[in-house]
Design a protein around this ligand. Structure first.
Ligand code: HEM
Length: 538
């Protein structure tokens, strides 16, 4: 595999010496601490200057530094360069701070790496549970602790269990419609930040369906569930400092404590719910209950207890970072593509008419009822969502770490000399693959029809485009909540599109919208996403 950048020597370490109290005069103490602080700031400035904190160190034409780009676009630039320079390369090595990462380019190699559970069992994300107690969730758990937690989540998210959640989804979608109706002006429309609206919708739906908690985020925008997730999403200077340091000096970065009260909030929430359910002898068929049961009956109570609060937080965050943005991006595309919206609404209207025919008179309402049955008939909706996830995969890259040294030749690199070291990270540039015109013709066009006849190979004669499509990942670490998340996206989209026209307003973002830099693998909008929602004439 090719080397694209040069490696860097290890940074010098600062040894903090503890002095016995009283040995030094206070002014000497001050001088020492000030010097230390200045030294740390200088070191940080040098690291920034040298651009060591950035993932990739070469410049694009026009001299835009990749450091300024969101990771999805930076990886895409590297991916395209790799393809231009050598069409058959399986992957290229890129400098990531002081480490190397290998960006995989070849589809066959990607699939072999992601499905090799022995050599690439986990993601190797750096974490320190002491400074960040919420980091012990399924996404970041290593191989040893992962299986038990994954089993619990899989048991809760079976198709049969998901079907039983429909009445709860329907309640949240009703709240969503009410919330938008409440903002309408006398002319029957409202300019709404759908990004924030969808975050609140998903927060309520997640609370209700997975934890039996009424978050009430749609009615009370500043409620703690929403604000804690939003907080963890803001790029504060503290967070940016830790992120940059993580690349160049992970062991130091992991010692920096996480600020804010999010960990306490979720830990207390779990303890309160445990007490409440025990005290009232009330059980719920939800994810939290499944973890409580696994804790009391399984062989690893300590493990389960340590992941309950992190898993609760991570679920809300996944909604925030993945489900809500998917609905938002879909609505943005529908506003920019009225023909697609019209076709989707025709499908929804047909199903609404069918529902009204079979409904009792007193049940008869204009709102489309979200049921498992109704969703099963919405083929075009399916295509719209698939196309949204192609254009805007919320997890813009996948990550795997090697657990042992091996030869790259085992994964399709014919040059046997390339050795993969233990602990080396591999990155799959999902966004770049989804925008590669070899697999998806005219990739910047929003065209749900490319998923219409998937069995025929989709938009290109080869079947490779199916292999290149991976919004939920691949292998056994693929998204455990795939079905649940799709259900939630569908419910949200149906609630809006069946009741409102989605239009552009003066504050709407263009396509492509500006993405946020510094969010790692997450593809996020940089700003609000205002759209005009107008009550439909039915
Ligand atoms: C549209 C919404 C979503 C998308 C596109 C999405 C996508 C992904 C992707 C790409 C991965 C990494 C897969 C890999 O490395 O191969 C992942 C992992 C994961 N996702 Fe999702 N996700 C979504 C929603 C959710 C939701 C709502 C939850 C929780 C309720 C969730 C829970 C998880 C967990 C726990 C993992 C780690 C699985 C493991 O390592 O075993 N996801 N997701």
């Amino acid at each position: 595999m090719d080397n694209f950048t040069v490696g860097y020597g290890r940074g010098s370490e600062i040894n903090a010496t503890l002095y016995a109290a009283g040995q030094y005069h206070s002014d000497e103490m001050w001088t020492t601490s000030t010097l230390l602080l200045v030294a740390v700031l200088c070191l940080y400035a040098v690291l920034l200057r040298l651009n060591l904190g950035s993932t990739f160190r070469f410049h694009l034409p026009g001299r835009q530094s990749l450091q300024e780009l969101p990771e999805a676009l930076a990886l895409q630039a590297v991916y395209l360069r790799a393809r231009e320079s050598e069409k058959t390369t399986p992957g290229i090595r890129v400098g990531a701070g002081l480490r190397w990462e290998t960006l995989l380019v070849d589809l066959n190699v990607i699939h072999r790496v992601c499905t090799d559970n022995i050599t690439f069992p986990d993601r190797g994300l750096p974490k320190n549970e002491r400074t960040n107690p919420l980091s012990a969730h399924l996404f970041s758990l290593d191989e040893k602790r992962w299986r038990a937690v994954r089993d619990v989540m899989s048991r809760v998210l079976t198709p049969a269990k998901l079907k039983s959640l429909f009445s709860l989804h329907a309640r949240t979608s009703q709240d969503l419609r009410c919330s938008v109706r409440g903002e309408m002006n006398s002319e029957g429309f409202a300019d709404v930040d759908v990004k924030e609206l969808m975050e609140r919708f998903v927060t309520d739906d997640m609370g209700r369906t997975l934890f039996s908690v009424d978050c009430d985020a749609l009615r009370r925008p500043g409620n703690p569930f929403h604000s804690h997730c939003a907080q963890s999403f803001t790029n504060s200077w503290w967070r940016q400092l830790r992120q940059r340091l993580l690349r160049v000096w992970p062991s130091l970065a992991l010692r920096i404590p996480h600020r804010g009260s999010t960990a306490q909030f979720f830990q207390k929430m779990v303890e309160d719910l445990r007490w409440n359910r025990g005290h009232c002898q009330k059980t719920q068929a939800d994810l939290l209950e499944a973890m409580f049961v696994a804790e009391s009956s399984g062989g690893c109570p300590a493990l389960m207890r340590s992941v309950e609060a992190p898993q609760m937080f991570a679920s809300f965050r996944a909604g925030f970072e993945a489900t809500a943005p998917t609905i938002t991006f879909a609505l943005l595309e529908l506003a920019h593509n009225p023909n697609v919206q019209r076709r989707l609404q025709q499908e929804l209207d047909t199903i609404r008419l069918l529902q009204q025919e079979v409904a009792d008179d007193e049940d008869n309402t204009d709102d489309l009822q979200v049921t498992a049955d109704a969703l099963a008939h919405m083929e075009y909706l399916d295509c719209v969502i698939k196309e949204t996830l192609r254009k805007y995969p919320p997890n813009a890259s996948l990550v795997r770490r090697s657990s042992k040294p091996c030869f790259a030749s085992e994964f399709g690199d014919s040059r046997t000399t390339v050795i993969i070291e233990e602990g080396e990270r591999f990155v799959v540039p999902v966004y770049a693959l989804h925008h590669d015109r070899r697999w998806f013709s005219d990739p910047e066009r929003f065209d749900p029809d490319r998923f219409r006849h998937q069995q025929d190979g989709g938009c290109t004669p080869s079947n490779n485009n199916q292999k290149a499509y991976m919004p939920f990942g691949i292998g056994r670490r693929h998204c455990v909540a795939r079905r649940y998340a799709l259900q939630q996206v569908k419910v949200g989209l149906v609630a809006i599109c069946s009741t409102f026209e989605v239009e552009l307003c003066s504050k709407s973002p263009p396509i492509p919208p500006p993405f946020l830099a510094g969010r790692g693998i997450v593809l996020a909008l940089r700003n609000e996403c205002y759209l005009r929602l107008r009550l439909r004439n039915l």
